[in-house]
Write a protein that binds this ligand. Structure first.
Ligand code: ADP
Ligand code: MG
Length: 267
């Protein structure tokens, strides 16, 4: 079923009572320079579910997340992405974020000179209607509550975004941004990389606390380990720019046991 006509204006929402709320990626092709990295990738993440993408290094996992976020280095050459029926690929980067898409980067960027608190405040302010101001007291109450959940020291509010943060602190900070922005769909790109087991549990607890019917989550990971803590509803395997297998959580365990080679040979 196609609930939405292709080629309509960006951001326009077509009301359709039969429409299921989901992030829908259809036959997506994307290039970097001349090289095609995504070669017809399709998958659907219904709101309320946690899906995992696993795959060998270089298979296109980060490329997918950056293409969804609208990174300028990547050119989409085919396919479409619908977020609750909105044509995501025709939206500007900031519009994607305001519409409820969130990406936690594999390599979070540092923003010297911008404090974490001001960054989050500006990001939230940008979501409000014109003329409406964030209530500073409520903002800090919420910020501290989320930081406590993620076991982050209060000093992180005044520090520049990610500057001098350890790998684990950067990943926690990504999840803090997610907790503050309350997206509709969140993509977590290798949020487990660089985390020791304690930090991994804190991050997973934070993500699990946000799980619910109003959020779809795509967890991208090379290793099964993270999925011990964030239990996915569905697991997809990405290889050479395409989904080659979709299954339940047991697929991740099978990959852990057998590696990727058996699937690549079967594909
Ligand atoms: P994964 O996240 O699955 O490890 P990536 O999406 O990062 O894979 O990379 C997929 C392929 O695209 C790799 O072969 C990588 O070398 C290539 N690639 C990614 N980013 C760039 C870039 N900025 N310039 C050139 N090649 C890139
Ligand atoms: Mg990657």
């Amino acid at each position: 079923m196609r609930p939405v006509r292709p080629g309509r204006p960006p951001g326009q929402f077509i009301q359709n009572s039969a429409m299921i709320m989901k992030l829908e990626i259809k036959d997506l092709h994307a290039c970097i320079g001349e090289r095609e990295i995504l070669k017809g990738l399709s998958l659907e993440i219904p709101k309320g579910q946690v899906h995992a993408i696993m795959g060998p290094n270089g298979s296109g996992k980060s490329t997918l997340s950056k293409v969804l976020a609208g990174h300028e280095d990547y050119t989409v050459t085919g396919g479409e992405v619908l977020m609750d029926g909105q044509n995501l690929l025709e939206m500007e980067v900031d519009a994607r974020s305001r519409a409820g898409l969130f990406l936690a980067f594999q390599y979070p960027i540092e923003i010297p000179g911008v404090s974490n608190a001001n960054f989050l405040r500006a990001a939230l302010q940008a979501r409000l209607p014109k003329g409406e101001q964030i209530d500073a007291v409520k903002f800090y109450q919420r910020l501290y509550q989320k930081m406590d959940m993620l076991k982050m020291d209060r000093s992180f509010t005044a520090r520049s975004v990610n500057e001098g943060f350890s790998g684990g602190e950067k990943k926690r900070n990504e999840i803090l941004q997610m907790a503050m922005l309350e997206p509709q769909y969140a993509i977590l790109d290798e949020t487990d990389s660089g985390l020791d087991i304690d930090a991994l549990k804190v991050v997973a607890d934070g993500v699990n606390a946000m799980r619910g019917p109003d959020l779809g989550i795509l967890v991208i990971t090379h290793y099964q380990r993270l999925l011990d803590y964030i239990k996915p509803d569905v697991v997809h395997v990405l290889a050479d720019g395409r989904i080659i297998r979709t299954g339940g959580p047991e697929l991740a365990l099978e990959l852990e046991e057998k590696g990727y080679d058996w699937l690549l040979k079967a594909a």
